[in-house]
Structure formats: structure tokens, C-alpha cells
Write a protein that binds this ligand. Structure first.
Ligand SMILES: Nc1ncnc2c1ncn2[C@@H]1O[C@H](COP(=O)(O)OP(=O)(O)OP(=O)(O)O)[C@@H](O)[C@H]1O
Ligand SMILES: [Mg+2]
Length: 303
């Protein structure tokens, strides 16, 4: 279970006049996500969705508030003094959000993340991308738990097969289509068999039809995990209302910057769902109306 309590995030930024000013990205975000659920975060650009996801993953520290995953604290808020910060970084092996995202894996919390911009490494073949994720996870294992090289390769092949990329194992990401790259990112994240997968607009860069296929791939893989009794929790950031409603057990709507939770909308329809299900369409329309209202309010303020 993921429990976010009163998360606040404040950034210090240097403005165009060279002066320091503050930017509040998240205000008092509290959210509980039970195991095995699919939850979407939706809201206008800049409302703090990616920031919230990175705080969930422990890649950024909140300014205030706590995240617990299965009762374990992810990161404490960053302390104010430099001396305390040094001790803090040592305690959590916290380097920087980017470095932690690339190099730090989260065996402690069993999370995999697919980032908004760079989902896979362009200098590695499809197979090596998956093997790399498995190696990172393996590095935290001891003794008999540690997988051998042959096992890593076998597991990588198994997951490439799951997303229909077995024939493309030796291709580089630049040689794959956009949809294939996203499936590779999915295979890489799922190969470590995490309890939680955090996805930041994973299907944004593909055409509508491919996007629907990718959504169904995700649901199929999520379902496979349910069948073997190891439910997967998915937290997904998206701009597509239809996608959020089709995939999720709950849609969390954020308000425009500074981000706060505006509404939480449960989607109770049983799966498999039809995209045209009137119940789903009604929920989509409600969410669209909320988002449109917020955007209009914003533009009135800015006139
Ligand atoms: N490292 C940072 N330093 C300063 N400001 C930041 C930093 N990261 C994010 N922000 C600011 O925090 C706010 C929230 O950013 P975030 O990337 O979380 O938004 P988002 O909801 O993911 O937007 P999008 O939908 O466009 O991806 C934005 O105003 C952004 O400029
Ligand atoms: Mg974002």
C-alpha cells in the first residue's frame, strides 16, 4: 500500500532578473493507493504530477509530508541546514533526482519507474536494456538469491517475449518504432517483477491506435500478475482522460499549479471493459468538464 500524507513541494528557482524566488509545486497532497490497483493522475501541464511521482519513487524529497510504502518511510523531508543535508544524503544515498533515477534502484521498496522523457537507454540494444535493469536489481541481492548471467538473459528474453519484442532483442531503440520503444520500457520495468510500477505519460508519443494497443498490453500484463497472486500496483500520469478512465480503478484529478488533489473519481466498471461503455463515457465527460472549468478559470485570472 502506498500512503502519501500531506505532501508539499517547494522549489527555489532563479528568475530572469537573477533573483531567487520560490515556486510551490504541490500543496497538501494526501493519497492512499491499495495494493493491486491502477490509479491515474491527471491534471493540467505544470500541476506537479511528475514531481509527485518522483517523490513517490523516492527520487526527490518532499519539502514536507511523508510517503510510506507498505509501512516503510520512503524519504524524509530534506533538512534545512547544509550540515544536516550531508548526513541526510549519506543516510538515504541520495545524490540528485536524475542520478538517483538512473543509478539507484529501489529493491527496498520494490518500485520500477518509467520516466516521461527517456524511457530506455539509446546506446543499449533492447535486450541489454532489460538485462541492465535486472543487473541493477541483482546487485542488491546476496548469496543464493543472486541470479546467474544465464538466468538474467533468460529473464530478459522472457519479458521481451511478453511484449512481442523477442525478434528485436538485438536492435537499438533508434531502430524500433515509438510503440516498440514504449513496450521495451514496459518490459524493462516489469522484468524486475516490482510490486509497484510508476509510469509518467508512458504512451504519449505514439498514434492513437498504437496507444490503445499499449494500454491493452499493460492490462494484460497487470492481469497476469493478478492470476499468479502477485498483484501489481500501477500509478500512471496521463493527459488523456479516456486512457485514465479506461485503465484505472480511480482517477485522481489535480488542480492547476500549485498542484493539489481536486477530485478523486472511482471507476467501478468490471474488467474487461469496453471503451464505449456508457458508464465510462459519462465519467470521462465529468472529468473533461472539470479540467475545462479549471483552464477557463485560469485564463480569466490571467487577463
Ligand atoms: N527541479 C525543479 N526546479 C524548479 N522547478 C521545478 C523543478 N521541477 C519541476 N519544477 C516546477 O514544478 C512545477 C510542476 O512540475 P511537474 O514537472 O511536476 O509538472 P507536470 O504536472 O508533470 O507537468 P507536465 O504535464 O507538463 O509534465 C512546474 O511549475 C515546474 O516548472
Ligand atoms: Mg510531467
Amino acid at each position: 500500500m502506498i500512503e502519501a500524507k500531506s505532501i508539499q513541494k517547494f522549489f527555489s528557482v532563479i528568475n530572469e532578473k537573477g533573483l531567487a524566488e520560490g515556486l510551490t509545486a504541490l500543496v497538501n497532497v494526501s493519497l492512499v493507493i491499495p495494493d493491486g490497483k491502477i490509479v491515474s493522475l491527471i491534471g493540467p501541464s505544470g500541476c506537479g504530477k511528475s514531481t509527485f511521482l518522483e517523490i513517490l519513487a523516492g527520487l526527490q524529497a518532499p519539502t514536507d509530508g511523508t510517503i510510506h510504502i507498505d509501512g516503510k518511510l520512503v524519504l524524509e523531508p530534506l533538512p534545512a541546514t547544509r550540515k544536516e543535508q550531508i548526513a541526510y544524503r549519506r543516510k538515504y544515498r541520495f545524490i540528485s533526482p536524475l542520478a538517483n533515477g538512473v543509478f539507484r534502484d529501489h529493491p527496498k521498496h520494490d518500485i520500477a519507474m518509467i520516466f516521461q522523457d527517456y524511457a530506455v537507454f539509446p546506446w543499449m540494444t533492447a535486450q541489454d536494456n532489460v538485462v541492465f535493469a535486472l543487473q541493477l536489481r541483482n546487485a542488491g541481492r546476496r548469496g543464493a538469491e543472486k541470479l546467474k548471467k544465464a538466468d538474467l538473459l533468460e529473464k530478459a528474453t522472457e519479458y521481451l517475449k511478453k511484449v512481442n519484442l523477442a525478434d528485436f532483442a538485438n536492435k537499438y531503440p533508434s531502430q524500433l518504432s515509438g510503440g516498440m520503444r514504449q513496450r521495451l520500457a514496459l518490459a524493462r520495468a516489469l522484468s524486475v517483477e516490482p510490486k509497484i510500477i510508476l509510469m509518467d505519460e508512458p504512451f504519449a508519443a505514439v498514434d492513437a491506435l498504437t496507444r490503445e494497443k499499449l494500454q491493452d498490453d499493460l492490462l494484460r500484463l497487470w492481469n497476469e500478475r493478478n492470476k499468479i497472486g502477485k498483484p501489481l500496483t500501477v500509478v500512471l500520469v496521463t493527459h488523456e482522460v479516456q486512457e485514465a478512465v479506461y485503465l484505472s480503478d480511480e482517477v485522481v484529478v489535480f488542480s492547476p499549479s500549485p498542484g493539489a488533489i481536486r477530485n478523486r473519481i472511482p471507476v467501478a466498471s468490471r474488467r474487461p471493459r469496453a471503451r464505449t461503455d456508457p458508464g465510462l463515457v459519462e465519467i470521462q465527460e465529468r472529468i473533461m468538464a472539470m479540467l475545462a472549468y479549471d483552464i477557463n478559470q485560469e485564463s480569466e485570472y490571467s487577463i
